[in-house]
Design a protein around this ligand. Structure first.
Ligand code: FES
Length: 110
């Protein structure tokens, strides 16, 4: 099974199992990693913001326009920021490393 490494806010890396087809947000929740995901993956918040390690970023599918719009509202936006609910685990992403941002903004829309 693929693994994802989450770098927690205090800098601690946590490697966890990531079932194929699940999202980074779902994986985080299964392992009590502190990602909020206020809108449950419906692209209406930015509380599932993660910062993808540069080496991994290019392996991800391009973000949709809706994801980009939501990311614009995220705190601590970086060039490799993504929404955790939009990254789907594949074999190719085994070892994916993402960092939790220092803070998120809970701007649940609609
Ligand atoms: S959980 Fe709201 S956009 Fe990802």
């Amino acid at each position: 099974m693929p693994k994802i490494v989450f770098i927690e806010r205090n800098g601690t890396p946590r490697e966890v199992d990531a079932p194929l087809g699940s999202t980074v947000l779902q994986v985080a929740r299964c392992h009590d990693i502190d990602i909020e995901g206020a809108c449950e993956g419906s692209l209406a918040c930015s509380t599932c913001h993660v910062i993808v390690e540069a080496d991994w970023y290019d392996l991800l599918k391009e973000p949709s326009e809706d994801e980009d719009d939501m990311l614009d509202l995220a705190f601590n936006l970086t060039k490799t920021s993504r929404l955790g609910c939009q990254i789907i685990v594949t074999e190719e992403l085994d070892g994916l490393t993402v960092k939790l941002p220092a803070a998120t903004r809970n701007l649940l829309l609609g």
